[in-house]
Each structure stands twice: as C-alpha cells, then as structure tokens.
Design a protein around this ligand. Structure first.
Ligand code: 5GP
Length: 184
C-alpha cells in the first residue's frame, strides 16, 4: 500500500513550515526532494532543498520520463523525480510531497491512493503579507505568486482535506491528525 501524502496550496501559505512541524511529530515520514530550474535562494543546498537543474537537464529528464509530475510555476519548472518516490514507496516508507496545484492534479491521476491536503490562507491579503514579510522574493515575484495563488485557491474543492493556516499551531494539529489517521 503506497502511502504518499501530497501537501499543496499557494506559495507563502506555510506548507514548508507545516511540513517541518509534521515531520518532527511523525519522524517516520520522508520528504521527497523536488527538482527545479529556479536559482537557489540564500542558504538553499543542492540535493537537500531541491535538485537544482539547468533548463536543458530538466527538459532532458522530462523527455526520458523521469518525472512523476512536473509543472511550470511563475516562469520556472518544478517536478517530482520518480527516483525520489519509488524506492521509498517500495520500502513501505510514507513519503511527503510539497508541490503546487497542477502537480497535485497529476499525482491524483498517477497515484489515486495518495492522500491530498490543501493548505489555505485565511485570506488573499494574509498571503500577500506573508509573502512580503518572508523576504525571499522581490515585489515582482510576489505579484506573480499572488496571481497564481488566486487560481490555486479556486481549486480547493478538488481536495479531500483542506486545512486553513490561520494559527500555525492549530493548522499543524489538524494536519498531524489527518496524516496520523491515514498512517494508523
Ligand atoms: P518555491 O520557488 O517557493 O520553492 O516553490 C514554488 C512552488 O512550487 C511552491 O508552491 C512549491 O510547493 C512548488 N513545488 C515545489 N516542488 C515542486 C514539485 O516537485 N512539483 C510541483 N508541481 N511543484 C513544486
């Protein structure tokens, strides 16, 4: 039985923070390291935060069928490599994917048994405040991400589980409950 957990939702909603909290509470979970064509941010490490690939390398791997899912997001490509998933799934380890909505849809097709959780912000305004406060993206990039976020928020009803990240502790509690229940 594959146990794949897809955590999706707009950029800046707190997916990364929630996943870190989730993994601290449920240490048997393993995180799939995604591939991307975007440049590393300060402090990000290749092979740990992402596999940072050139456009050519990413496209070559797409052509060779190496991705379970991949999507373009705000002008860059992101994807889940089969190699990140398959060994873990075969060994029975529960795997967490942190991906955007188009990728989550592809996983729904490829692995219908995967558990999908949509993390929603309390409002679009709250998302703007967080993306700006995070300071990882310039104002143009923040605007691009907010535009994508509007479309992503419209996809909420497609997801089996929705967790609103208003107070982090409450959201983490809800997410942990969903995942624990599926693992039990
Ligand atoms: P960031 O540039 O902020 O690290 O990520 C931008 C968006 O891409 C986020 O919503 C993040 O969850 C998503 N993302 C990260 N890895 C993947 C992946 O492997 N596949 C897809 N489809 N989206 C990803």
């Amino acid at each position: 039985m594959a146990r794949v957990f897809v955590i999706t939702g707009p950029s800046g909603v707190g997916k990364g923070t929630l996943i870190r909290g989730l993994m601290a509470r449920l240490p048997e979970l393993e995180l799939s390291v995604s591939a991307t064509t975007r440049a590393p941010r300060a402090g990000e490490r290749d092979g740990v935060d992402y596999h940072f690939l050139t456009r050519e390398e990413f496209d070559r791997r797409v052509a060779q069928g190496e991705f379970v899912e991949h999507a373009d997001y705000a002008g860059r490509s992101y994807g889940t490599l089969r190699s990140e998933l398959e060994d873990r799934v075969r060994a029975g380890a529960p795997v967490v994917l942190e991906i955007e909505v188009q990728g989550a849809r592809q996983v729904r097709e490829a692995l219908p048994e995967a558990v999908q959780v949509f993390i929603a912000p309390p409002s679009l305004e709250a998302l703007r405040t967080r993306l700006t406060a995070r300071g990882t993206d310039d104002s143009e990039e923040v605007e691009r991400r907010l535009q994508v976020a509007e479309e992503e928020l419209a996809a909420q009803p497609e997801f089996g589980h929705v967790v609103v990240n208003d107070r982090l502790e409450d959201a983490l509690e809800q997410l942990t409950a969903i995942v624990s229940q599926e693992l039990a």
